[in-house]
Design a protein around this ligand. Structure first.
Ligand code: HEC
Ligand code: HEC
Length: 451
């Protein structure tokens, strides 16, 4: 007869065996179902993926082509379309030929041109001195950031502007100013002021600013290429205390994902600023709320005009903000092309950047701005406070440095005060007292060019 202790041992063994079987079975079940699901996704994941695709496509369309109804300003009020067409084509003045358009930095998108036109262009059979050619290009939607509408008789009815005007350029693959689109690149050739100054009627702007039209023209002509003054319509300050233009450089609109505050002076998030620009700068029709603009001392023009609380009916902007933000955040900063910098020196420069030169304390890789509240007083970076004071927080935002190589024209810092990267490095070296050697400075510049 088996004793009880033996019986217990056997039952325990059997039990352990049974448990082992169950566990093994579960394991193979799990790995089997993982195999089945590899490469597949759940319904909710698929919804997210297709949402992302749709938002990208919609946002790109908005960024490139949407005027948000700003024709009401540029054409109905300022009559800019009449200056573009010229007197011979139902407008006023000599009109804007493609040569003139290219000279003020407008860009032509070759992907919008039919093959026949490209070959005519190649053979010099297109008249680039004739405003009629400009109208033909507008009809093809080939002028980056400018959208024309036409009457049935073919005359130009109105023009409006899009985000791409200032934040896109072309790769010059066909000719200077003519090529494929580069979304997000700052157009540092674009002379926004000269283009706006073509408008036959600047009275609406003069009225808003409380000055005469001649003054408005002088101010617009003072900006120069690659610059715009987004704060002029808020505070009416056209010139700095030193007499130079108060306009700032057009920044790139790529590589912004992960960056908290935007614009040179950190006005807000990407979507805050998109709404700001679409309503207050492009003069589209939408909704905008920012009670910081109600300050009559700091922003006398904006407070008087009620820019802190804009409501339009219909609202042509708000529904487009989500996809617009999504697209902008998706545009990567382009990598520096091989040959545009010395990789060995750049490697040494990275060490300088992250150590002795102290750059990475503010420009934290890989986003090159601070994760968090990325703002600094003018005193912290050793410059004057004029532009900072024109913004709510009175600080400068740590500029994200990716893709610096694409916007060397026009200089660096918000107003282009340093014309080369070497000047930027010299400024920091003396301001921060970092005692960099000549070699270290040169290496640091190569590193900045490589970002
Ligand atoms: C007339 C030229 C112009 C147009 C059109 C324009 N912008 Fe800008 N954009 C600027 C300037 C100038 C700044 C810098 C403003 C400042 O710092 O005060 C800027 C800043 C920005 C920034 C901040 C970039 C950064 O470094 O943080 C974003 C984002 C942006 N614009 C997006 C847009 C979008 C989206 C549109 C269309 C709805 C648009 N912009 C239309 C000139 C323009
Ligand atoms: C205290 C924080 C801080 C430190 C340290 C710092 N930066 Fe900056 N950097 C800024 C801010 C803020 C701006 C924006 C200035 C403006 O808007 O005019 C800026 C702007 C720049 C720009 C101009 C970007 C553009 O788009 O024009 C460059 C280049 C730059 N920094 C490089 C460096 C280098 C190199 C170092 C180290 C030698 C460094 N920074 C150290 C805060 C800092």
């Amino acid at each position: 007869m088996m004793n009880t202790s033996r019986l217990t041992k056997i039952s325990l063994l059997l039990l352990a065996f049974a448990i082992a079987l169950v566990v093994m079975d579960r394991r193979s079940d799990a790995s089997w179902s993982e195999d089945q699901n590899r490469g597949k996704s759940t319904e909710s994941e698929r919804r997210t993926d297709s949402n992302a695709e749709r938002m990208l496509a919609e946002g790109k369309q908005t960024f490139r082509f949407d005027t948000f109804g700003d024709e009401a300003f540029w054409s109905d009020a300022l009559q800019l379309h009449r200056a573009i067409a010229g007197a011979n084509l139902g407008g006023v003045g000599t009109g804007v030929s493609p040569k003139t358009a290219l000279a003020v930095g407008l860009k032509v998108d070759t992907d919008a041109l039919p093959g026949s036109l490209v070959s005519q262009l190649k053979h010099g059979r297109v008249n680039l001195d004739d405003p009629a050619t400009t109208l033909a290009l507008l009809k093809l939607n080939a002028v980056v950031g400018v959208k024309g509408s036409f009457n049935v008789d073919g005359s130009l009815k109105s023009v409006g502007i899009t985000c791409a005007l200032c934040h896109s350029t072309v790769d010059d693959s066909f000719a200077p100013g003519i090529g494929q689109r580069l979304d997000g690149w700052a157009n540092r050739d674009l002379n926004v002021g000269a283009i706006a100054a073509l408008s036959p009627n600047l009275q609406p702007v003069a009225q808003l600013l409380g000055v005469d039209e001649a003054t408005v023209r002088t101010v617009l002509q003072s900006w120069g290429p690659g610059k715009f003054d987004a704060e002029l319509f808020l505070d009416g300050k056209a010139f700095r205390p030193d007499g130079k233009s108060a306009a700032t450089l057009l920044p790139p609109a790529f590589g912004l994902v992960g960056v908290n505050l935007h614009t040179w002076t950190g006005w807000g998030s990407v979507t805050h600023w998109n709404a700001f620009v679409a309503n207050l700068e492009m003069h589209g029709q939408g909704t905008f709320y920012d009670p910081r603009l109600n300050d009559p001392v700091k922003f006398p023009i904006a407070a008087r005009a009620g820019f802190g609380n804009v409501r339009s009916n219909p609202d042509l902007i708000t529904a487009k903000l989500p996809a617009l933000q999504f697209y902008q955040l998706a545009i990567p900063a382009p990598a520096a092309p091989a040959g545009s910098f010395d990789p060995v020196a750049a490697g040494r420069g990275a060490v300088v950047f992250n150590n002795q030169a102290k750059c990475s304390t503010c420009h934290v890789p890989p986003i090159y701005t601070e994760p968090g509240w990325n703002m600094h007083t003018p005193a912290e970076i050793g410059i004057d406070d004029f532009q900072a004071k024109r913004s709510p927080d009175e600080r400068y935002r740590t500029a994200p440095l990716k893709g610096l190589w694409t916007h060397q024209k026009g200089g660096f810092y918000h107003d282009g005060r340093f014309s080369t990267l070497r000047e930027v490095v010299d400024h920091y070296n003396s301001f921060l007292g970092t005692n960099l050697t000549e070699q270290q400075k040169a290496d640091l510049v190569e590193y900045l060019k490589s970002l």
